[in-house]
Write a protein that binds this ligand. Structure first.
Ligand code: ARG
Length: 447
């Protein structure tokens, strides 16, 4: 018979979570008196299993669940046969995926916070550094590097909050105790099982808990969106660092030279970030495509969704690299005169009492008559070009006015501090839960 290779190797991804899930289940059976008291030796082997990944996954089994059960049977004997009492691989894999995903998202959220911090620092250092903003990639209006940096920080903040919501309200719910699809006859306490694994709550409906992977789509959705935003930033910096633009200087440890052209400073880390954002879209698309049209309830197709939690690591790595880049990026002070045209037209309106449409066409024809030189065009109309600093100072909330942005930065630092504290508390709770489970398991051995 021709078969696919087993999922054992890919199951390394969730190995620890699978063992912890099995431990929580077995411990619960034991504490509830649902299995013989003398079966607790299996608990000892389950604790040991955490350190025996290589050995456990070395045989030829269909998946990690089978490999673990066989290893337990070999070592703990017949009592290991109680592990499958009231537990299916379907609720187990869903639980393990969520546990692993939880750590990966926590890690990602830390990286995003570090990126936010380096963006806020960079913004503070670049409040007065002039930089044009582009529409249609044509110079549009005067702005500052700080304004641009804060735009990225706000994107990060918004996505941070969306990912945080999905983590707590969607991912952090326990499927354990759901059996294969509709529970079992055992009086399992699903709330207790959730507590043992440090889940915030229970994914109540057993069909949803075992057969759905919408928690993957919902959590990867905002992560993919974050990466799409970061891919755009990567593209900006790639373009702006080319000598033709000379708007930014990428730190030298983020560029590579060419093996043949010595003048090259290729923005390689940004290029990888741009590609990773495509891979995140790929993972999200795969998840939705695999589950689209699938009958409700567990189907082995779902096994192919597991590996896509790795996409979270790809996002984390990209964000980490980006945070490092923004610590040392240099913006050149670039003032492009033509970007003052709108402000010149607005000045014309105020001084000559003409409508904006009239001012627009007066300046447009003066530009045409003066070889697109705005300074000469202004002169021909008897006007003086506004200065860049004057223009920046005229801007209101959300724009590049340095005085307003200075205040904005300090309120954004507070938001970041809030998110840092929330995440530290949350991570602490999860670590404690894992320690608690192991402590309870060890204590049961002493009874
Ligand atoms: N290896 C499977 C997965 O990762 C575990 C569940 C298999 N369930 C089953 N009924 N064959 O999704």
């Amino acid at each position: 018979m021709t078969r696919f290779t087993s999922s054992l190797d890919k199951d390394r991804l969730i190995f620890r979570s699978v063992v912890l899930t099995a431990l929580a289940h077995f411990y619960h059976l034991w504490e509830r008196g649902l299995i013989p008291k003398d079966s607790k030796d299996v608990i000892r082997w389950l604790i040991r299993a955490l350190d025996e990944e290589e050995e456990i996954l070395s045989g030829s089994y269909e998946d990690v669940h089978e490999a673990l059960e066989e290893w337990l049977l070999r070592n703990a004997g017949k009592n290991a046969g109680w592990l499958a009492y009231g537990k299916s691989r379907n609720d187990q894999v869903a639980t393990a995926l969520r546990l692993t995903l939880r750590w990966k998202i926590i890690h990602l959220l830390w990286e995003v916070n570090r990126l936010r911090s380096s963006l806020l620092e960079a913004a503070e250092d670049n409040l007065e550094v002039n930089m044009p903003l582009f529409t249609h990639l044509q110079p549009a209006q005067p702005s500052t590097a700080a304004h641009y940096l804060l735009y990225i920080e706000e994107e990060c903040f918004r996505h941070w909050r969306a990912i945080w919501y999905m983590l707590r309200e969607v991912v952090d719910l326990s499927p354990l105790g759901s059996g294969p699809i509709a529970g079992s006859s055992l009086p399992l306490d699903r709330g207790r099982l959730a507590d043992l694994l440090g889940f915030a709550g229970v994914e109540v409906n057993t069909l949803l808990a075992t057969g759905s992977r919408s928690f993957l789509v919902l959590s990867l959705g905002p992560i993919a969106s974050l990466m799409v935003s970061m891919g755009r930033v990567a593209e900006d910096l790639i373009v702006w660092s080319s000598p033709q633009f000379s708007l930014v200087e990428i730190p030298s440890d983020h560029v590579s030279t060419s093996s043949i052209m010595p003048q090259k400073r290729n923005p390689v880390t940004l290029e990888i970030i741009r590609a990773k954002s495509a891979k995140l879209i790929g993972s999200l698309t795969s998840l939705m495509a695999i589950t689209k049209g699938l009958p409700s309830g567990y189907n082995l197709d779902l096994q192919e969704t597991n590996e896509h939690i790795l996409a979270v690591d790809e996002a984390s790595e990209s964000i980490r690299v980006m945070a490092d880049l923004f610590k040392r990026i240099k913006f050149s002070d670039l003032r492009i005169k033509s970007t003052l045209a709108q402000d010149l037209a607005e000045k014309l309106v105020k001084e000559r009492k003409v409508t904006y449409r009239e001012a627009h066409s007066l300046i447009a024809s003066a530009l045409k008559d003066n070889g697109w030189d705005l300074e000469k065009a202004a002169e021909s109309l008897g006007l003086e070009l506004p200065s860049f600093s004057e223009v920046l100072k005229s801007r209101g909330r959300g724009g590049p006015n340095p005085d307003i942005l200075r205040k904005e930065i300090s309120s954004r630092k507070k938001l970041l501090q809030d998110d840092i504290e929330k995440l530290a508390d949350y991570e602490g709770e999860k670590r404690e839960a894992e320690e608690n489970l192991l402590r309870l398991a060890r204590e049961s051995l002493m009874e």
